[in-house]
Design a protein around this ligand. Structure first.
Ligand code: SF4
Ligand code: SF4
Ligand SMILES: [Zn+2]
Length: 598
């Protein structure tokens, strides 16, 4: 088996190197570029390289434990490794967790633990898994110039003779439905094949020593995903131990390039990143959110959280502070339409030419270059064409001075006054000689007018308010840095309907608009930061993605059935709640990528 070469990394800040050990977790090589930060991965993979930090600068941590799947995994480990009673195991794990384990998090962990044990019993009954297995903390290692340790998060079961090995990758639910990168699976298979039992009490920051006793030689390795909340399982890999070793280097070689760091990819992840004080990635923008006050710990928020806070602060607590699993929503027609329209516009605008009628032939006479490139079928094209026709008149590139376009641009700022990292994603940024144009595009099936007042627009589309404030204070939407002399910018929201369109824009040079935008953000951020979270039970609970974990909702009789979102919003009457609810309905249907944080 050839060795995998790990690229070197030169930390852009002062460090103390205690040892030259590299520790690569399967999660580091899953290749989800859009969602991960290479510098953060480079840091995580070097546990013995520590930031040489001013002792007075101490990172703050949230008071809550926010990794319920980790609690369940550790309790399952205790049950399977030492035969501890599940309830006792969970109690011990919760008692020794860093941060307070909230009741809701404990319930989630308990359900997850039960689900895991159900799957385990099923696999054993079916004879798929040996009736007795050894479960310990295992890793694999290569020793060339530096020591490279390979690790994978989950539970590895080894048969008594060592020959049969099965790695359990834990996920919340619907095992097997999510694409797992071959490199990610290769690390699981390699650790299973070359499993070294770790000595008890090994420290994270030091190279892991091997325990005195080790398993017998491996023959077969399997990687199985387990959905702990719905007791599902899916076999992802079943190969010989030799094959796992042979395939390994070839499959992971390219993916480990991310360990060379280099680029940063700021986002809400910066709020919990160990090097956030030193890293130049997140733009420091004190005061940009318009809130001043003491901060107890660094938080990461998105515009969706502001919308949620206007409806129920308890949901922000369950979702954001405790990171409890969100219910997977049925994919709605509106979601599919939104996703398809976004990709069409993204690809069309990347050409740097205005969208035109030539791109939208009559149904039956072709799909046009963009829809063809995206692999749309006739019926999808016919259904979406009316929206796209409306866009042609509103296309931001129909202006003749566009110099460059940047679709799907992520904007992040760290308001160091309130210690909040806020991140949003702009659909399109256009560079023009007279400044930036940032465009957000929404589609609605039924006739919704654009909200009338600026305050209503900002409440309905908090990402527009946030983008306006960030750009007004000098955030460069392309480099992510802060300009001393901000360029002028216009932030626009475009609404597409099958029978019309509207574009509403705000200029960073309009102090009143910026003031209203900042007040709108500040009000919601202030609520999240300084009001104790409280459940607000109502009809909206039927859309709440974490209602399953909400004791107040369960205690109430619970609104019956989930009516169509738009019908429900219509009955709310008054303008302001309607605006909040429309925004809420949209925000809860957006899937958030939730995964193992290592
Ligand atoms: S602070 Fe943000 S940008 Fe910097 S390494 Fe951490 S996650 Fe990446
Ligand atoms: S179920 Fe209702 S009360 Fe509970 S967190 Fe969700 S929105 Fe709030
Ligand atoms: Zn266009």
């Amino acid at each position: 088996m050839s060795q995998v070469e790990i690229p070197p990394w030169t930390p852009p800040w002062r460090v103390v190197v205690c040892d030259r050990v590299i520790r690569v977790s399967a999660a580091h090589v899953r290749g989800e570029d859009g969602w991960e930060c290479p510098t953060q991965i480079a840091v995580k993979a070097r546990p013995a390289v520590q930031v040489d930090r001013e002792p007075s600068l101490r990172p703050t941590y949230p008071p809550f434990h926010s990794f319920a799947l980790g609690l369940a995994r550790d309790a399952a480990y205790s049950v399977t490794a030492s035969g501890t009673d599940p309830e006792v195991a969970l109690d011990r794990v919760c008692a020794s967790a860093s941060g307070e384990v909230a009741d809701a998090a404990r319930s989630v962990a308990r359900e997850a633990l039960q689900g895991y044990l159900i799957v385990l019993a099923r696999l054993r009954d079916a004879g798929t898994l040996p009736s007795e297995t050894v479960v310990r903390e295992f890793f694999a290692a290569d020793e060339v110039d530096v020591r490279v340790e390979w690790s994978a998060w989950g539970l590895l079961h080894v048969s008594r003779d060592g020959a049969d090995r099965e790695y359990h990758v834990l996920t919340w639910e619907q095992a097997g439905t999510r694409r797992r990168d071959p490199a990610y699976l290769a690390v699981y298979a390699r650790v299973a094949a070359d499993a070294i039992m770790k000595q008890e009490g090994s420290l994270w920051r030091e190279r892991w020593p091997a325990a005195p006793a080790q398993p017998g030689p491996a023959q077969r390795v399997r990687v199985r995903e387990i959905g702990v909340l719905d007791a599902t399982d899916a076999l992802l890999l079943d190969i010989s131990a030799d094959e796992a070793r042979e395939r390994f280097a070839g499959v992971v070689a390219e993916r480990v390039q991310v360990l060379g760091g280099g680029a940063t990819n700021p986002g809400t992840r910066c709020a919990s990143c160990a090097v956030r004080y030193e890293c130049p990635g997140p733009a420091r923008m004190p005061g940009v959110l318009g809130v001043a006050g003491p901060a107890l710990w660094t938080r990461g928020l998105s515009p969706g959280d502001l919308t949620t806070a206007r409806t129920c602060t308890w949901q922000v607590h369950l979702e954001r502070e405790l990171s409890l699993p969100r219910a997977r929503r049925e994919t709605t027609e509106a979601m599919i339409r939104g996703t398809h329209l976004h990709s069409w516009l993204e690809h069309a605008h990347a050409r740097l030419v205005p969208c035109s009628l030539d791109d939208l032939p009559l149904p039956g006479e072709g799909l046009g270059d963009v829809a063809e490139l995206l692999g749309w079928d006739e019926p999808s094209y016919a259904a979406l064409r009316p929206f796209l026709l409306q866009h042609i008149a509103a296309c931001p590139l129909s202006r003749d001075d566009a110099v460059a376009v940047y679709p799907e641009q992520s904007l992040t700022a760290w308001d160091t006054d309130v210690d909040v990292v806020m991140s949003t994603r702009a659909d399109l940024v256009v560079d023009t000689p007279s400044g930036w144009v940032v465009r957000e595009t929404k589609s609605v099936a039924v006739h919704h007018e654009m909200p009338q007042t600026a305050a209503d627009v900002f409440e309905r589309y908090p990402q527009v308010a946030l983008t306006l404030c960030l750009l007004a204070d000098g955030l460069d939407p392309v480099t992510g840095g802060v300009a001393v002399d901000p360029r002028p910018a216009r932030v626009e929201v475009e609404i597409l309907r099958p029978d019309g369109h509207e574009v509403r824009g705000f200029h960073t040079g309009d102090p009143e608009a910026v003031l209203i935008a900042r007040a709108s953000i500040a009000e919601a951020v202030d609520t999240i930061l300084y009001s104790p979270p409280e459940p607000t039970v109502g009809r909206h609970c039927s859309w709440c993605p974490v209602s399953r974990w909400c004791a107040a909702y369960r205690a109430s009789s619970g609104p019956s059935g989930a009516e169509a979102v738009e019908d429900d919003v219509e009955v709310q009457g008054a303008e302001r709640p309607r605006m909040s609810l429309l925004a809420y309905a949209e925000s809860v249907t957006v899937e958030i990528e939730s995964d193992i944080p290592f």
